[in-house]
Ligand binder design. Structure first.
Ligand code: PFF
Length: 540
């Protein structure tokens, strides 16, 4: 073979412009951490850990991180980096019938974006309320009645609540503005500023929390291990679910973000930084939240185990405001807490909407600005109509349960099936990672992913059966059918229907680098080979 230029080929893309790029490795790491670190770390991790064995939960959590979190994070990075596309484009290149898996991911992002914004909007309002401690007298009454104006019936309300709708519109305007600036000037800048700022705000908060009287009782409650839970499959499912949600896996986000990396990029090393950075943040949040709960228990003269509302929405919007009202310097503490929620939420939200926008750019050739505005406006209207009404919280709870507990598990299995079982790309992706990265995934990596897929199938079936038989949260059956199963139907329909629409140009023959021959594999029919890959020299 003739010696050819040794530089990597320019980024190819299905859109008319050249594919956008991160300015460097640090920018990518910060953006990926921005996606991973979110509401899931601050309010979900501490509660899950506490309810599933306390200190003993660290065992399934760490095993889930090492056996599923990191291997799937590698897989998504490998797919995005090798096939250089949004989820539908990359999956289409993985296997010609797998485009639908990508649209399935995109549709989940669309659904999540609608309500994730609502929680950020509440946090923004509460940031503001913290200065006047508006919620101090009766935090629960203030949140559910005064602020959300939640109706008592689980039904669909058309009554828009302005106190929620206004910040919600603001969050959407901000999101559209940032995305319209593009990857480099918008998404990257938000994360490069936002993530260090988040570490500072949350770091101060954690420091303050740990110095509160009673803090050690709270931490003891969180970490007192109950090893009997290790035989309970539910606890293991909770650990795997937490790791997936927290690392934004199986949403197409990491595929999309990896597609903006330059070809000559170390892929596995930064992925490990993202995984461990994210878990460290979760641990810090666990300490801060439970230290604060220890203080609350002490002021009420009860044990931490007697406290109510210490997970999810109620933890952040009822229990924390109650603590803030009672502590010296509460305003400052409250402002820091809600500012942290806004920052953590916004950097995750941006990744979700970018995943949708990138898919439309690739498929229809829209430029980033048009895609951001179109996707953002449609989402904003639906989000305001669905989630700023008097029934918004019920809808949020239901849609979240189905999309996150069922949808992503199916999305993960679909991705693995397309890449490893039908596309038979396991070896190629492993070679790709080994060729461009400092840390090699090893021969057993694809094997491990196959095992995870079996576990995921078990998780999917057990969750689907329990939702079908027991329903959810005591909601009426019609409600669960329309908004729970309806959500799954919508996501599935996107996966089936979108591939029928035409690509704006031929995307089936990407320039792969390193090429399959360069990786020591048989050539693929129709693939272009551009240049030499020099093992050792071209490895970053
Ligand atoms: N990883 C985020 C969190 O822990 O809050 C949530 C999230 C972001 C989920 C982006 C999915 C996603 F695509």
């Amino acid at each position: 073979m003739a010696q050819q230029p040794t530089s990597a080929p320019a980024g190819d893309s299905a859109s008319p412009q050249k594919r956008e790029h991160w300015s460097g490795q640090t920018a990518f790491i910060l953006a990926a951490i921005g996606s991973a670190v979110g509401l899931g770390n601050i309010w979900r991790f501490p509660g899950e850990a506490y309810e599933n064995g306390g200190g003993a939960f660290m065992v399934p959590y760490l095993i889930a991180l090492l056996t599923a979190g990191i291997p799937i994070l590698f897989l998504e990075n490998a797919i995005g980096h090798r096939f250089r596309g949004s989820a539908p484009l990359a999956m289409r290149r993985v296997h010609r019938n797998a485009e639908g898996v990508g649209w399935f991911h995109v549709a989940i992002c669309f659904v999540i974006g609608l309500y994730y914004t609502a929680v950020i909007a509440w946090s923004l309002s509460y940031f503001w309320f913290s200065f006047g401690l508006d919620y101090a007298d009766d935090p629960a009454g203030f949140f559910f009645n005064d602020y959300l104006q939640l109706g008592s019936d689980v039904t669909l309300s058309a009554q828009i609540v302005p106190s929620v709708a206004l910040p919600l519109i603001l969050v959407w305007a901000l999101t559209i503005g940032i995305l319209a600036l593009g990857i480099h000037k918008g998404v990257e800048r938000l994360n490069v500023v936002g993530i260090p700022l988040l570490v500072v705000t949350f770091g101060i908060l954690a420091f303050r929390a740990l110095s509160l009287p009673g803090a050690s009782d709270g931490i003891e409650a969180l970490f007192t291990p109950d090893f009997s839970v290790l035989t309970d499959p539910e606890v293991w499912i909770a650990a795997y679910g937490q790791v997936f949600f927290s690392l934004s896996l199986a949403y197409g986000v990491m595929i999309t973000y990896a597609s903006y990396r330059r070809r000559r990029s170390n892929v596995t090393g930064p992925a490990l930084v993202v995984a461990f950075g994210n878990s460290s943040f979760s641990l810090l949040a666990g300490l801060a939240v439970f230290a604060t709960l220890g203080f609350l228990a002490q002021t009420q003269g009860v044990g931490v185990d007697e406290l109510e509302n210490i997970t999810g929405v109620s933890l952040s919007f009822v229990t924390f405001p109650a603590v803030i009202a009672q502590m010296p310097g509460g305003q400052f503490f409250g402002a820091l807490f809600f500012a942290s929620l806004v920052l953590a939420g916004l950097t995750s939200l941006i990744s979700v909407i970018q995943t949708i926008s990138a898919a439309f750019q690739d498929k229809f050739g829209w430029n980033p600005r048009i895609a951001a505005v179109a996707v953002g406006l449609v989402s904003a209207v639906l989000s305001v109509l669905g989630f700023s009404t008097a029934s918004g919280l019920y809808l949020l709870d239901t849609v979240d349960q189905w999309s996150n507990q069922l949808g992503i598990v199916a999305g993960a299995v679909g991705m693995i099936a397309a890449a490893l079982w039908f596309g038979r790309r396991g070896h190629e992706l492993e070679r790709h990672l080994a060729a461009v990265s400092t840390i090699r995934p090893g021969r057993y990596w694809p094997v491990l992913i196959n095992v995870i897929a079996l576990l995921l199938i078990y998780m999917f079936v057990s969750k689907a059966v329990s939702l079908a038989i027991d329903g959810y949260g005591g909601y009426p059956t019609w409600y669960v059918v329309v908004f729970g199963w309806g959500t799954i139907l919508f996501i599935g329909a996107a996966g089936v229907l979108m591939p029928w629409l035409r690509w704006h140009k031929d995307i089936a023959h990407p320039t792969l680098w390193p090429s399959r021959e360069q990786l020591g594999l048989p050539a693929e029919v129709g693939a272009k080979v551009t240049e030499q890959y020099r093992p050792g020299k071209d490895t970053p």
